[in-house]
Ligand binder design. Structure first.
Ligand code: DAH
Length: 365
């Protein structure tokens, strides 16, 4: 065989090897260099370039594959030597590519691990925890006190019929007591409740007598918002009906509630008043929790804070729910939670409670 003849099979193998060596030159550093400095994108590009080089030099259409097909065609005496040359050349190419492949793949793995690893020494990101609204805080304190006194908590609907909001509470059509409680009506003869007293009726219809319950909840009135009014606000209603309940029970219960709420030295006073659903009726005030009754800005220098209405449940209300007023008597009371909340936290505008400004709300708890 003549090594210089371009048609010579040996020459073909040699030129295939030369072509490979030339192409492979740029990958040699992956074997010789101790420390590689490539970005992940660069290393990935090298990996795919190597894959292409492999197909070109070892694939079905490579010069080497063509040389293999010649093995059977060389003269028998030269065949063994030629076959070995092809094999050796192939083995060398495979080995060279293998080395780079391994080096690249372990380098890529390191890069990926670095990218995905977490720095455990970094301070964690704390999830922002919410907390309860100031009105909820006050409501829950009220609930805890009454639950301890043996009262159940009733939760009821905010959309009502005239019957529950007015008639059953002894406020007939055209009664002037409806006027200050004008509310929001729907076309279907329903309205947003203007007072939590509605729950007295639901509770007695459901449970009959005796009954002891409080009902905190939202109420609505057609009021223009100002620092002391909002068209939606919160009340808590109280009702106790049993045999032999008197005004003394009312006064004792309200006084005990206020002592637990504002401290043992809190004094309560009752002033005669009028509500259609109670007879007799009284409004109650308590000695200012700030100045203890001496007079300050919170109590407007009167020493007293007005809190709510109360009275002995009117026999007509008991009759409306089928409770016998000859056998049972009871007391009821109602107070505004927002007002109490504003007083306790020294807010000069109750609208702050409903603006949902986190900078304001996060000051409580
Ligand atoms: N429902 C009354 C209001 O919204 C408050 C009230 C007064 C409730 C006297 C009562 C009561 O239970 O006995 O103005």
């Amino acid at each position: 065989m003549d090594g210089n003849n371009p048609q010579d099979p040996t020459h073909q193998v040699e030129s295939a090897r030369k072509a490979f060596e030339q192409e492979f030159g740029r990958f040699a550093r992956f074997i010789t260099t101790a420390e590689l400095r490539l970005s992940l994108a660069e290393a990935l590009a090298e990996e795919s370039a190597l894959r292409e080089l492999k197909t070109r030099n070892l694939g079905k259409k490579s010069a080497l594959a063509a040389s293999k097909k010649l093995i059977g065609r060389v003269e028998p005496e030269a065949r063994a030597a030629f076959g070995q040359l092809v094999q050796r050349t192939e083995a060398e190419i495979v080995k060279a590519i293998d080395q780079v492949e391994q080096r690249l793949s372990s380098y890529l793995e390191t890069l990926r691990n670095e990218r995905d690893s977490i720095d455990v020494t970094l301070p964690g990101r704390r999830p922002r925890l919410g907390h309860r609204h100031p009105i909820t805080l006050v409501r829950e304190r009220i609930e805890d006190i009454f639950v301890a006194l043996g009262y159940a908590i009733e939760d009821d609907r905010e959309i009502e019929t005239d019957f529950y909001n007015f008639d059953a509470l002894n406020i007939p059509q055209n009664h002037p007591a409806r006027a200050p409680q004008d509310t929001f009506y729907t076309n279907a003869g329903l309205a947003l409740r203007s007072q939590t007293s509605t729950v007295q009726i639901h509770a007695m219809q459901r449970r009959g007598a005796p009954v002891r319950m409080i009902a905190p909840g939202r109420v609505f009135r057609r009021d223009t918002p100002d620092p002391t009014h909002n068209p939606m606000f919160f009340q808590v209603e109280g009702l106790c009906v049993d045999e032999g309940i008197t005004m003394a029970h009312l006064k004792g219960t309200v006084a005990e509630f206020l002592r637990r709420m504002f401290g043992p030295s809190t004094v309560t006073r009752f002033r005669p008043s009028y509500f259609p659903f109670t007879e007799p009726s009284a409004e109650f005030d308590f000695s200012c929790f700030k100045c203890g009754g001496e007079g300050c800005r919170i109590c407007k220098y009167s020493g007293w804070i007005e809190l709510g209405g109360s009275g002995m449940v009117h026999p007509n209300v008991l009759r409306a729910v089928g409770v016998d007023p000859e056998r049972y008597s009871g007391f009821a009371f109602g107070l505004g939670i927002d007002r109490m909340c504003a007083l306790m936290y020294g807010l000069d505008d109750i609208r702050l409670l409903f603006e949902n400004d986190v900078r304001f709300l996060e000051q409580f708890e």
